[in-house]
Write a protein that binds this ligand. Structure first.
Ligand SMILES: C[S@@+](CC[C@H](N)C(=O)[O-])C[C@H]1O[C@@H](n2cnc3c(N)ncnc32)[C@H](O)[C@@H]1O
Length: 277
């Protein structure tokens, strides 16, 4: 079979399985199976696959056809300037979370050595990206999942970025003193999860997705540990920014505002911890 035929067949198979972007996925899986760059994939469409390459591509396509997230099948995923390892232990980092990081970097720009706490770090995406892009930032990241922290630590080692990781449940309280607390908490409700795509519903860790109560807990806990004038930055579910903004105001945050993702939806809510508290 030629490369052209293998990708076309893969696309048909993934489309039949209901994958949203079957062509792109089939191409990326072919790249991985054959160890090709994007350019190499297009250069020689008539190249014949060896038996070993065909078997490897088959294995990857079968995983994706079961609706396993593309990022898990590839084993890595791009986030800001980093390529992070991802697997079933963690949520796949999303594009909207890159906007959360940008907002944090904007708020931290004037501080030479800010202390930053990432609550629910998962793959380590937010913590590692902030430490990567703010040379002076001292970043600590917590998670309640031992498995997630293992992978986050591996990502720190692979990228050579210094972040302190701690196993901690935010519901047991936070401590320390922070210039900025950031979180992309679990915010899907138990009812909503069943309506989501199989990639999220059946593969991503429930502990990373379900738990809408976390937003209020994190906002309250952050108020105990933020320095006066420090900031809380939260990723929120689509359609919940007004509710979370109101919550932050009630808890004593000032300058509360919402920011948009690339599709123009309000997905980031921030507040400044009042110096009068
Ligand atoms: C939506 S994921 C975010 C992962 C990563 N920060 C990102 O943006 O890609 C939420 C994370 O919070 C963690 N988590 C869930 N409940 C927690 C709790 N009570 N305390 C601390 N972390 C928690 C989960 O294990 C998961 O890694």
């Amino acid at each position: 079979m030629t490369l052209y035929e293998a990708v076309a067949e893969g696309e048909d198979r993934l489309a039949a399985a209901g994958v949203a972007s079957p062509r792109v996925d089939a191409e990326l899986l072919a790249q991985k199976a054959l160890g090709l760059s994007r350019t190499e994939l297009y250069l020689d469409p008539e190249r014949r696959l060896s038996d070993g390459e065909s078997a490897e591509l088959e294995r990857l396509l079968a995983r994706r056809a079961r609706r396993e997230p593309l990022a898990y099948v590839l084993g890595e995923w791009g986030f800001r300037r980093l390529t992070l390892k991802v697997d079933r232990r963690v949520l796949v980092p999303r594009p909207e979370t890159e906007i959360v990081v940008q907002r944090c970097l904007d708020l931290l720009a004037a501080l030479p050595e800010p202390a930053v706490l990432d609550v629910g770090t998962g793959s380590g995406a937010i913590a590692l990206a902030i430490a990567d892009e703010h040379a002076g930032a001292r970043v600590t990241a917590i998670d309640v999942s031992v498995e997630a922290l293992e992978l986050a630590s591996e990502n720190a080692r692979v990228t050579g970025i210094d972040v302190a990781f701690e196993l901690r449940d935010v519901r047991g309280g936070l401590d320390g003193e922070w210039d900025l607390v950031v979180s992309n908490p679990p915010y899907v409700t138990a009812g909503e999860i069943e309506q989501l795509e199989p990639e999220v519903r059946d593969w991503e860790p429930r502990i990373a997705t379900v738990g809408e109560e976390h937003t209020a807990v994190i906002a309250e806990e952050a108020g105990r540990v933020l320095v006066p004038g420090g900031h809380l930055v939260l990723e929120v579910a689509d359609g919940r920014s007004a509710e979370v903004s109101q919550l932050l105001r009630e808890q004593g945050y000032e300058e509360v505002r919402a920011g948009q993702d690339l599709a123009g939806r309000d997905r980031v809510v921030e507040g400044r911890w009042s110096s009068a508290q």
